[in-house]
Design a protein around this ligand. Sequence first.
Ligand SMILES: Nc1ncnc2c1ncn2[C@@H]1O[C@H](COP(=O)(O)OP(=O)(O)O)[C@@H](O)[C@H]1O
Ligand SMILES: [Mg+2]
Length: 365
Amino acid sequence: MKKIGILFGQENTFPQAFVDRVNEKAGGEFTAEFVSIDQVEQNVPTDYAVIIDRISQDVPFYRAYLKNAALTGTAVINNPFWWSADEKFFNNALAVQLGVPVPRTLLLPSKERPDDTSERSFRNLRMMDWDMAFEKIGFPAFMKPHSGGGWKSVYKLHNPEEFFRAYAETGQLVMLLQEAIEFDDYFRCYCIGGKEVLIMPYEPRNEFHQRYATQMKTTGPAGEKLLATIKDYVLRLNKGLGYDFNTVEFAVRDGIPIAIDFGNPAPDADVNSVGQQNFEWVVEAAANLAIEKARAYQPGRDNLTWGTFVQRSAQNGFQDSIPAGKTVAAKKPTAAKAAAPKAAAAPKKAAAPKAAAPKAKKAQE
Ligand SMILES: Nc1ncnc2c1ncn2[C@@H]1O[C@H](COP(=O)(O)OP(=O)(O)O)[C@@H](O)[C@H]1O
Ligand SMILES: [Mg+2]
């Protein structure tokens, strides 16, 4: 029997509650447990039909383990490939295409050059026109890493002097400069399985443990309309991105919910911060999702969720790709096809491949 597993880091309350809930609900059809990993070998499947990943953003070894698990059939929640590609700037751009309002945002070159690069590495990059950037975004503004989390290196800035002082601290981080939304209401929303949505009033200006202890300020029909719009935006974003388990934050200005942070594939689900009621909801929804995915699981297939953006893009791929599960004898690449072998043959008896693929040569720097 395939199992449902959870992979986690320092958190203490959600993993056990999730495991207990699945075991209660699955009635012997599946068992849930903490994922147990020993030797990780290429293309060898795990014992898990489903793994909920709560930690691979911090543990590259786990991310690689999960990609291998996904390739061999495990439904990994969230999709480790998309999560690896995910960053705030792209997500914002995609939100614009999906018709979800986001703050005006620019991508900034890092203050310091990446290691092992020199001035010559940047001959394509023109001098930044800061005046134009400030004019476009305005003040107050937020500056934050394009690929970050946990409120690290997030600055609220009121003028160019503050901006340059903060920018000088950011080292090699690639930052976003973003219009600050002065909000009347703020929400954090769980979205599970691309369909279940819990909208939680949230006050980011409170101390960490008090952030969920707040009420929605918009009331009456305006409040109802706001909640319906938020739900619609949450679903659009998560279908676009392809996340099974995520939170989306909105700042509401003049009745319009503006998406602030919506790539949180291992969102806080600790009972001590989200509170008992929200915790109960997320445990139940996550258990239902895991059971649903385990029932839908098809051995050896890709059981991941992919966002609409990737699905559309994949249709433009090579048409003659090798069917899943088949291996091909390595052919000598012809000049025309030398660029990208589509699948490496995996010999059953692990003979060392005769010619290792040449290491991708690092471009000059
Ligand atoms: N453009 C913005 N307008 C208003 N508040 C913002 C904006 N950007 C970030 N914030 C505030 O800063 C917090 C942290 O920023 P966020 O984008 O969520 O970064 P992280 O991924 O590190 O959590 C948000 O929860 C929000 O309260
Ligand atoms: Mg955030």
